[in-house]
Design a protein around this ligand. Structure first.
Ligand SMILES: Cc1cc2nc3c(=O)[nH]c(=O)nc-3n(C[C@H](O)[C@H](O)[C@H](O)COP(=O)(O)OP(=O)(O)OC[C@H]3O[C@@H](n4cnc5c(N)ncnc54)[C@H](O)[C@@H]3O)c2cc1C
Length: 253
């Protein structure tokens, strides 16, 4: 954080910016319509963005808060919603202790508030739904991966999709109510009875890359989380035989 960053309360009345066109380079107004709690430290914020030009699952956007005196703060956020959720965007934010932007969302924001968004950004981490995808995320790193899962469901795609998601405890598992057969949760601190506790390991990854678990043509792997998690997961993938050039990594750290 720089010294010029204002306290969170300076963003109590975000500035209103007119929507002008659909280009990713242009700031658009996003109106907060709903807040859904996901875990004690994460919530989903749903916005109406009528002029949004669309995105691919896995892409992110730039979000800007503007104070009345012209002061602004910008952060990157992955898009959680599927492209099929027309005219709307959902973001899921962790409440970072002392965080300027996440703090405003978690303690001040209310339906009707307006923020600005620009995007979509980064085609590299995008999954258009055209190839088997092995998704590995931890904490809020599951956000762009959930957009892929939702897209897969919304389109009724046949292409194989698997999600390994790591959380410390069941209470901290973001989107817990939404997972289906495609998802294997991994709990590192405590788990429901009968579920092992431990880090993501070769035992989770290797079977998916062994011949019996491997789809025709192999997987495209998508890894998202902190720097440490991204390194750990990509090392497991490489050790299990995944080609390095078919591992895509998004780091939030
Ligand atoms: C491509 C991309 C996508 C992202 N998508 C998401 C997303 O979907 N959901 C989400 O919650 N975040 C996401 N982030 C992180 C997000 O951009 C912000 O960094 C985060 O919300 C903290 O911003 P802040 O203004 O609240 O905290 P700041 O005021 O910037 O920082 C406050 C303090 O927290 C520390 N800090 C900053 N970020 C983090 C962090 N992520 N974890 C732990 N400590 C931190 C800082 O070092 C500082 O000490 C993404 C980042 C990138 C680069």
């Amino acid at each position: 954080m720089t010294e010029t960053f204002a306290p969170v309360t300076r963003f109590a009345v975000p500035g209103r910016i007119a929507v002008s066109n659909r280009a990713a380079a242009v700031w658009q107004t996003a109106t907060l319509t709903e807040i859904r709690r996901e875990t004690p430290h994460a919530a989903t914020f749903r916005f109406a963005v009528p002029a949004w030009a669309g995105h691919l699952p896995g892409q992110h956007l730039m979000l800007r808060l503007a104070a009345a005196d012209g002061y602004t703060a910008q952060r990157h956020y992955s898009i959680a919603s599927a492209p099929e959720d027309d005219g709307h965007l959902e973001l899921t934010l962790d409440h970072v202790a002392g965080g300027e932007v996440s703090g405003w969302f978690h303690t001040v924001a209310a339906p009707g508030d307006e923020v600005e968004v620009r995007g979509p950004l980064s085609g590299f981490f995008a999954w258009p739904g055209d190839r088997p995808a092995l998704l590995i995320g931890a904490g809020s790193g599951v956000v762009p991966l959930m957009s892929m899962v939702r897209h897969h469901r919304a389109r009724g795609l046949d292409v194989p999709l698997r999600l390994l998601v790591s959380a410390r405890t069941p209470k901290e598992l973001i989107y817990a109510r939404e997972y289906g057969a495609e998802t294997t949760p991994v709990f590192t601190r405590s788990a429901p009875a009968g579920t092992p506790v431990g880090r993501l390991s070769a035992a989770h990854v290797a079977p998916l890359l062994a011949d019996a678990g491997r789809p025709a043509g192999g997987w495209e792997a998508y890894v998202c989380g902190s720097n440490a998690f991204a390194e750990h997961a990509s090392r497991l993938l490489v050790e299990a035989g995944q080609p390095v050039d078919r591992i895509r990594i998004e780091r939030f750290g």
